[in-house]
Design a protein around this ligand. Structure first.
Ligand SMILES: Nc1ncnc2c1ncn2[C@@H]1O[C@H](COP(=O)(O)OP(=O)(O)OP(=O)(O)O)[C@@H](O)[C@H]1O
Length: 228
């Protein structure tokens, strides 16, 4: 479903502080499968997720989504693919303070032009899936860590993306919430979502959820293992 071919990323190219974050990274992800990107801090996981999720462009190499080469598409097409195909869960959740849980969940859908009442109904239904209907009108800074995490997941799902990308999702969670997060990921996988999780937490990379573990080291693939 997603193929990365010889992806390279150089930050500050041509300058004295040029830094090669990714070199010749290739892999294939199948629809409905779960892939874990594993690797130490600085190995390039976030950079790679950003490229796969159409948030950034590689310096070299190509990404194919459903056989379509997307790397060279103009920005507006890339933005559209990002909105419709990918849902993102960030390490610090990146919820917008001062806004309610409901508003946070609705934000990624605004550019798609759906009627406000219909979008609100869907956002409430999505919050309800995570037992958060009662918190819909709560400002996100009032929420507990676990509630904030579930709002972030609901927001990632609002446009019904086929692919969920999560970057170090358990980094700021205790053991109980990390396990809760993995239980939700299991549900999403059962619902047919394709999952890409970057993590150096064994709760994530040793999980039976993984169909494939791709290990990055110094910006290159150091190993790729399929789980039975
Ligand atoms: N915009 C940038 N400019 C320069 N260097 C960058 C930039 N973004 C990332 N890097 C460097 O690229 C390397 C890979 O960073 P990246 O965030 O992808 O690693 P990571 O594996 O996700 O690390 P972590 O687990 O700590 O989040 C790091 O050395 C980082 O300092």
């Amino acid at each position: 479903m997603i193929s990365a071919r010889n992806i390279g990323k150089v930050f500050n190219q041509g300058r004295p502080n040029a830094f090669t974050a990714l070199k010749e990274v290739s892999f294939d992800l199948q629809r409905r499968e779960t892939t874990i990107l594993k690797g130490p801090s600085g190995s390039g996981k976030t950079t790679l997720l950003g490229i796969v999720g159409c948030m950034a462009r590689p310096t070299t190499g190509r990404i194919f989504l459903e056989e379509r080469e997307i790397t060279s598409l103009p920005e507006r097409f890339l933005t559209d693919i990002r909105r419709r195909s990918f849902g993102f869960i960030f390490q610090q959740f990146n919820l917008i303070r001062g806004m309610t849980a409901l508003e946070n969940v609705m934000i990624p859908a605004y550019p798609l032009g759906e009627r406000h009442a219909e979008l609100k109904r869907r956002a409430l239904a999505t919050l309800d899936l995570f037992d958060l209907a009662a918190k819909a009108e709560a400002k996100v800074e009032w929420l507990s860590g676990g509630e904030a995490q579930r709002v972030a997941i609901a927001r990632a799902l609002i446009n019904d993306p086929s692919v969920i990308i999560a970057d170090e999702p358990t980094a700021h969670l205790d053991l109980r919430l990390s396990e809760e997060f993995m239980a939700i990921m299991r549900r999403l996988k059962a619902d047919g979502k394709t999952l890409i999780l970057a993590s150096h937490d064994p709760i994530v990379y040793d999980s039976d959820l993984a169909d494939r573990v791709v290990e990055l080291r110094d910006g290159a693939v150091a190993g790729s293992a399929e789980r039975a």
